[in-house]
Design a protein around this ligand. Structure first.
Ligand code: NAP
Length: 310
C-alpha cells in the first residue's frame, strides 16, 4: 500500500527538499506518494516546518506521525490537536553547522580577534591570548547540539563544562545538572553558550539573578532560543560590564525589530538565526528512516517528550 507523505513547508523548501527526499525514500525501499498537497484524510506522515499553515491536525484522520524539519519544536509541541507521535530533527549536517558557528564565535572572543579586525591604529600592543586550556567555557544544554559543541571545544583544549536537566557523564567534560549545577556552570563561564530548547523550564533562564553569577566581562553566545534570555536584564548586565559581549543568533521576535536596542549596542553581535540549519541531504535520510520505521512498526527516532516540551 502507498504511504502518503505531505510536505508541509513553503514552496522554496519544497524545491530544495523534493529531490533529496525522493532519493532517501527510494533508498529506504518505500512505496510512497510525496507531495505538498494531499487531502488531509489520506495523509500518513507530515514533514512539518512549524512556520507553515497547519495548526489544526484534526482533519488528518489516519496520520501516523509528524516529522519536524527543525530541531526546535516549541511552536508545535503543545498543539492539543496533535495526537500522534512528534519527532524532532536530529541531522548530522545541522549539528556540524552549529559546531562550526559556536567554535568560530568562541575563538573570536578567546583570541580577542575584534581588536585586530577593527585595527590597532599604529599601536604595537603585545597582548598574547591565553591558551584554550586556561579559558573556561560553559555550555547550557548537552543534547545533540550542545554536546557536540562542548566536545569540540574540549577537543581544542578549552576547560569545558556542560549543564543539562538529567545527570550525564561525558569524557573530558565537567558535567553539571540541577539548580546548583547551573550556578556552578555560570560562575565559571568566561564564555557561556546557550543550547537549551525553549520550554517552560528554560524560558528566562538568564535573568538579573542568574546573570549576576557570571564572572565580570563574561561573553554570552545564544544560538539556542531568544526566550532563554530576559533582554532587559542582559542590556543592564552589558551596561554594568558584568557581560562583556553578547553574540545573539536567536531572539524573542524574529526578524529582530529595527528599533530593538540590540541592533545599535556596541557590544552585541547579531547573526540573523543562521547559526545552523537542517541540511536537505542529511535531513532527508533521517525523515526517510523514520517513515520506514513507522511503516515497519518500529519505534521512531528522536521522539519529543510532550510533557517536557523537547
Ligand atoms: P536536545 O538534543 O533536545 O537537547 C536539549 C538539551 O537541553 C539536553 O541536554 C537537555 O537535558 C537540556 N535541557 C532541557 N531542559 C532543561 C532544563 N530544564 N534544565 C537543564 N537542561 C535542560 O536539543 P538540541 O538538538 O541540542 O537543540 C537545542 C536547541 O537548539 C533547539 O531546541 C533549538 O532551540 C536550538 N537550535 C537553534 C538553531 C539555530 O540556528 N540557532 C538550530 C537548531 C537548533 P537532558 O540532556 O537532561 O535531556
Amino acid at each position: 500500500m502507498t504511504t502518503n507523505i505531505l510536505f508541509a513547508a513553503n514552496a522554496t523548501r519544497w524545491a530544495t527538499y523534493e529531490a533529496p527526499l525522493r532519493r532517501a525514500l527510494d533508498a529506504a525501499g518505500l512505496s510512497y506518494d510525496l507531495s505538498p498537497e494531499h487531502a488531509p484524510e489520506t495523509v500518513d506522515y507530515i514533514v512539518y516546518a512549524p512556520s507553515q499553515e497547519i495548526s489544526d491536525f484534526t482533519p488528518f484522520k489516519r496520520l501516523k506521525a509528524v516529522l519536524n524539519l527543525w530541531a526546535g519544536v516549541e511552536t508545535v509541541v503543545n498543539n492539543p490537536t496533535l495526537r500522534v507521535p512528534l519527532a524532532r530533527m536530529v541531522d548530522h549536517g545541522l549539528t556540524r553547522g552549529m559546531v562550526e558557528w559556536v567554535t568560530g564565535h568562541v575563538l573570536r572572543h578567546h583570541l580577542g580577534l575584534d581588536a585586530y579586525i577593527h585595527g590597532l591604529n599604529g599601536r604595537w600592543t603585545h597582548n598574547v591570548p591565553p591558551l584554550a586550556r586556561d579559558r573556561r567555557v560553559s555550555v547550557l544544554g548537552l543534547g545533540e547540539l550542545g554536546r557536540a559543541c562542548a566536545e569540540t571545544l574540549a577537543g581544542l583544549g578549552f576547560d569545558t563544562a556542560g549543564w543539562s536537566r538529567s545527570a550525564r557523564t561525558i569524557p573530558n567534560l565537567t558535567c553539571l545538572h540541577g539548580a546548583d549545577g547551573l550556578t556552578a556552570a555560570l560562575e565559571r563561564a568566561e564564555i557561556l553558550v546557550l543550547l537549551l530548547p525553549d520550554t517552560p523550564a528554560t524560558r528566562d533562564i538568564l535573568t538579573a539573578a542568574t546573570l549576576a553569577h557570571l564572572p565580570e566581562g563574561a561573553v554570552i553566545l545564544n544560538p539556542g532560543r531568544g526566550t532563554l534570555i530576559d533582554d532587559a536584564a542582559l542590556l543592564t548586565a552589558l551596561e554594568s560590564g558584568r557581560v562583556g559581549h553578547a553574540t545573539l543568533d536567536t531572539f524573542r521576535t524574529e526578524p529582530l525589530p529595527p528599533e530593538h536596542p540590540y541592533w545599535a549596542h556596541p557590544r552585541v553581535t547579531i547573526t540573523p538565526h543562521i547559526a545552523s540549519e537542517t541540511r536537505p541531504d542529511t535531513a532527508s535520510e533521517v525523515i526517510a528512516e523514520n517513515v520506514r520505521r513507522g511503516e515497519a512498526g518500529e519505534p521512531l527516532l528522536h521522539l519529543v517528550d510532550r510533557d517536557l516540551g523537547y
